[in-house]
Design a protein around this ligand. Structure first.
Ligand code: GTP
Length: 304
């Protein structure tokens, strides 16, 4: 093993909202690092996962840049999300375009295809959700897209079941340049635990409230205290735009927020491997999406 060469590179994962990027990153890393949700545009902060590949000739580390969904920007928040997405794709060793063949979201996919065609990196096309997609339209779509962009390879996968993912991972590893690893072997994510912890809560918010909650709500980290007994005390603030949304998040007699907190706490303690005390506070702030400080907390750039 000692004379096996090492490879290391960056893979930008692009796709329309809900294409399954977070699910794929989790699958490649082999553990939960990015947040998945049925609700579109939940990936707000730029999260990274580090996937390892053990090949016959090389041990490869792939830094996966899991970008927010790209869509036509209107408000400041949206514009920042779009620029964060493109920043993530800068200077990658491979660009992976993930497409949901069932809900293609053409209006969001087309501009992405146009821009990706101009990029100098090696591109691979990954058609996702083969577990639910029909074969013929899938092949037709692959043919259409490879006619528009010079993809080095095309893969058909299910990020959900993992079907086809190992083959795709082999190919990606093959595209990485030789070089020393950027992260220690046990570090699967460079997202701070504080931020990751807010993502877990945000995911529960979406899971439990579905369409009742608009996507412009946020979870802010307040305090993260390691207790001497080995447990951790986490305080977070859920920020919504209007009072009626606050009432929805709280639920009758506080029942909803309690259920959200319980589910998030369970998941957090599993993820962190320690006992978690989670404190959630709900705040109404109609101007939060215009707030510079909150933006920066979420890892986004403040640009007007
Ligand atoms: N059936 C099926 N569903 C999938 C597959 N991959 C992802 N999904 C589902 O599609 C939805 C969106 O997946 P995400 O991984 O959150 O998508 P995303 O691209 O990160 O979404 P944004 O954060 O909005 O950009 C979730 O409900 C996933 O469970 C798949 O291979 N098959």
């Amino acid at each position: 093993m000692t004379d096996t060469k090492t490879k290391c590179g960056v893979v930008a994962v692009l796709g329309a909202p809900n294409a399954g990027k977070s699910t794929l990153v989790n699958q490649l890393v082999g553990q939960k690092v990015a947040i998945t949700s049925a609700k579109a545009q939940t990936t707000r902060a730029r999260m990274m996962g580090v996937a390892l590949h053990h090949g016959d000739d090389a041990e490869t580390q792939m830094i996966l840049v899991d970008t927010p969904g790209i869509f036509a920007p209107k408000r400041r928040l949206d514009r920042a999300m779009v620029s964060a997405a493109w920043e993530g794709a800068e200077a990658a060793d491979a660009v992976l375009l993930l497409v949901d063949p069932v809900k293609q979201r053409r209006h969001e996919l087309e501009p992405l295809i146009e821009q990706i065609a101009q990029r100098p990196e090696r591109k691979i096309l990954v058609l996702n959700k083969v577990d639910v997609a029909k074969k013929e339209p899938l092949l037709a779509l692959a043919q259409e897209l490879t006619g528009k962009v010079d993809f080095a390879e095309v893969y058909f996968v299910s990020a959900l079941t993992g079907d086809g993912v190992p083959e795709m991972k082999d190919a990606l590893a093959g595209m990485m340049p030789e070089g020393p690893w950027m992260y220690p072997e046990d570090q699967v994510s460079d997202a701070s635990e504080r931020l990751l912890a807010t993502e877990i809560t945000r995911e529960q918010l979406y899971r439990q409230l579905h369409e009742e909650l608009p996507y412009d709500s946020a979870v802010r980290p307040e305090k993260y205290i390691e207790r001497p007994d080995g447990s951790v005390e986490i305080h977070q603030q859920i920020v919504v735009m209007r009072d009626n949304q606050r009432a929805i998040v709280l639920g009758k007699g506080g029942s909803r927020i309690k259920a959200i907190g319980e589910a998030a706490r369970k998941e957090l303690s599993e993820m962190l491997g320690q006992k978690v005390h989670l404190f959630l506070h709900v705040k109404t702030d109609e101007r939060w999406s215009e707030d510079k400080e909150m933006f920066e907390e979420m890892g986004l750039d403040w640009k007007s």
